[in-house]
Structures are given as structure tokens and as C-alpha cells.
Design a protein around this ligand. Structure first.
Ligand code: NAD
Ligand code: LMR
Length: 339
């Protein structure tokens, strides 16, 4: 299950169940959209995580049942379910980390940007409540289109005077998880030892895996690089098509979301670690960009630069900028049209 952190191996729940969390601080984590396809397994995985002491499961409906179910799991975290806007303040109060997988998923033929119309408003509302009730919390944004929902969140927090760019993250861990899986399968490498940075954004060509920086390093032909890159970029669509109208990635996303949340909690607890995430950034000319970041007590402690890129990756980087910039602008304009 949560056997690996993105950069280092962690203990399995079977092992971690036996370890007292008494030396760790109390950490309240909320999942907003907790009755959904991602929210339910993500809630379960957070309940299994010994770094979580209080788990708050919020959705517009259905959360009392999900919370009752998850609360019977014999791990330390307390579990509370909250349903409907009147309960949102209670769900958020005292949170250290808020994970947002609320909103509609894609159907075949749709782009992530097609979700903007519905999800932008959902994210704006939830972030307004975060600014009011837990302004210091880290926010892990899963709702699509991530390239726009993160700028929306930033603008909402700015409007409320609570914006701290170190605390807002677009979750791109699933892209890293996919790149690792595809690379290890193709080259017959032990997946637990594999790492591949993925930079840019989280949609189509804005997803840029850096196989030239993959470890362990093995020889890849140009055709292999092209195929691995395309499969990573189209990983979400592969799942949307296979689910044939029943939504998008939920289980692998819950796994990836739990890995990233754990990395954030470790950082808050003083265990610094490096992950890829879509954050406020000045390593390119785009205001938000996914790259390796060093997580620590304040959230993002450092945005790492891109390192050396192959010609193929350099072209990919130039090619993604226009789309990513326009998705960012769309998000900014949604909250503050005069941008
Ligand atoms: P889903 O429809 O199964 O679940 C979404 C949940 O959000 C539902 O339970 C719904 O009631 C809830 N919701 C809607 N409005 C809400 C509100 N105002 N407050 C709280 N909850 C609300 O969808 P899903 O498959 O879980 O996907 C959720 C989102 O995650 C989608 O936008 C999807 O595109 C995105 N996603 C992102 C990634 C990523 O890598 N970042 C991966 C997979 C899916
Ligand atoms: C994914 O990458 O699986 C998600 O962004 C969901 C989607 O719509 O592809």
C-alpha cells in the first residue's frame, strides 16, 4: 500500500500499525469530496497513515456513511464525516492539510479543461472556506483542470489576505507514479528503485516527464523515449477510455494523493523530502509550474530548477508553455477578471 514515498521507501500499514504515533504531533487532515471515486479510497489511505491523528471527511452528501465505514478501521486516527455546506466550517477548523478531490471527472472525448465550467466554481467556494476557517493549512489540489484550479485557489487566498505560495500544491504525483511504472516495465527495472521527475503541468502536452533524468539510468532509444512520454501524457485519457463513461482514475489517484499528502505531513513534521508538484514558481517564465520541490515545515522550502534537459525535453518545454500559460490565465481571470 503506502510502501513508498515518492523518493524513499516507507513502511507498509501492517508495519506502521504497530508503531505509536505519540512522538508525532497531532495532524488534522480534511478530504473535500470525500464521498467520491477518489475521496473514498483516499480517505481510507489517510486513515491508514500513522501521521494522521484526525481525519475530517467532507462532501455535499454521503459522508456520514463513508466516515462510519472508515472509522471502524483499527488505526489511530479519529474520523468524522461532514455533509453539506453548513458543516464545512467544522470540517476545516484546525486542519493542517486539506486535500481537494471535489468536482466532476472527465468522460471519453473531454479534455480536462472541459471540466473548468463546473469545477472552477466548486474550487473557488471550497478555497473561500479554507481562507476563512483554516488559513494556515497546506492545500493539495487534485480537482481538474489542475493547471487552472491552482491559480484559482491562489487568487481566492490573495483576496482574503491569506495567500502563502509555499502552502498551495497542485497534485501531479499520479504523473510521476505513471512514469515510474511505464519506465520500469519497459526496461525490466525494480519499480521501487525507479524515479522519474515530471515537470510542467497536468494536462496533455503540459505533462513533461524527464526520462533523461530517470534513475536508475538505462539506455533509451528515441522511439522508446517518445512512446514513454506519450503514454505518460495520455495516462489519464487511457483510464477515462477504459472506464467508458464511468469516470477517470480514482484508485491510482487515491494512491498518488496519499503518497503526496504523506510527503507534505512529513515535511510539516520536519522530515524534509523532495517531490514533484505544481506550485508558484519562478524557474520558468510561467507563474505556476510543476517541478521538484523540497518540502519542509513551511510547505515548499525550495523550488528546484529543472536541471539539464535533452533536446527532446527542451522542445517539449517550449511547446507546453503557451497552453499552460493560457490555462493559468483562465484560472486567474475566473476570480479576478481584470488580470
Ligand atoms: P467523483 O464524481 O467520483 O467524486 C467527486 C466528489 O466531489 C463527489 O462525491 C461530489 O459530491 C463531490 N463534490 C462536488 N461538489 C462538491 C463541493 N462543492 N464540495 C465538496 N464536495 C463536492 O469524481 P472523482 O473521480 O473523485 O474525481 C474528482 C476530481 O479529481 C475530478 O475533477 C477529476 O478530474 C480529478 N482528478 C485529478 C487527478 C490528478 O492527477 N490531479 C487524477 C484523477 C482525477
Ligand atoms: C488523470 O490524470 O488521471 C486525471 O487528471 C484525470 C483525467 O481526467 O485524466
Amino acid at each position: 500500500l503506502l510502501k513508498r514515498s515518492v523518493v524513499s521507501a516507507a513502511k507498509s500499514p501492517a508495519q506502521t500499525r504497530c508503531i505509536s504515533s505519540s512522538s508525532s504531533p497531532r495532524r488534522k487532515v480534511a478530504v473535500l469530496g470525500a464521498a467520491g471515486g477518489i475521496g473514498q479510497p483516499l480517505g481510507l489511505l489517510m486513515k491508514l497513515n500513522p501521521l494522521v491523528t484526525d481525519l475530517s471527511l467532507y462532501d455535499i452528501a454521503g459522508t456520514p456513511g463513508v466516515a462510519a465505514d472508515i472509522s471502524h478501521v483499527d488505526t489511530t486516527a479519529t474520523v468524522e464525516g461532514f455533509a453539506g455546506e453548513a458543516d464545512l466550517a467544522k470540517a476545516l477548523k484546525g486542519c493542517d492539510l486539506v486535500i481537494i478531490p471535489a468536482g466532476v471527472p472527465r468522460k471519453p472525448g473531454m479534455t480536462r479543461d472541459d471540466l473548468f465550467k463546473i469545477n472552477a466554481g466548486i474550487v473557488k467556494g471550497l478555497c473561500t472556506a479554507i481562507a476563512e476557517h483554516c488559513p494556515g493549512a497546506l492545500v493539495n489540489m487534485i480537482s481538474n483542470p489542475v493547471n487552472s484550479t491552482v491559480p484559482i485557489a491562489a487568487e481566492v487566498f490573495k483576496l482574503h489576505g491569506t495567500y502563502d505560495s509555499r502552502k498551495l500544491f497542485g497534485v501531479t504525483t499520479l504523473d510521476v507514479v505513471r512514469a515510474r511504472t511505464f519506465y520500469s516495465v519497459l526496461k525490466g527495472l525494480p519499480v521501487r528503485e525507479v524515479n522519474v521527475p515530471v515537470v510542467g503541468g497536468h494536462a496533455g502536452i503540459t505533462i513533461l516527464p524527464l526520462f533523461s533524468q530517470a534513475s536508475p539510468k538505462v539506455q533509451l532509444t528515441d522511439e522508446e523515449i517518445e512512446a514513454l512520454t506519450k503514454r505518460t501524457q495520455d495516462g489519464g485519457t487511457e483510464v477515462v477510455q477504459a472506464k467508458a463513461g464511468k469516470g477517470s482514475a480514482t484508485l491510482s489517484m487515491a494512491y498518488a494523493g496519499a503518497l503526496f499528502a504523506e510527503a507534505c505531513l512529513k515535511g510539516l513534521n520536519g522530515v524534509e523530502n523532495i517531490q514533484c508538484s505544481y506550485v508558484a514558481s519562478d524557474i520558468t517564465n510561467l507563474p505556476f509550474f510543476s517541478s521538484k520541490v523540497r518540502l519542509g515545515r513551511n510547505g515548499v522550502e525550495e523550488v528546484l530548477d529543472l536541471g539539464s534537459l535533452s533536446d527532446y525535453e527542451q522542445k517539449g518545454l517550449e511547446a507546453l508553455k503557451e497552453e499552460l500559460q493560457s490555462s493559468i490565465q483562465k484560472g486567474l481571470d475566473f476570480v479576478k477578471p481584470q488580470h
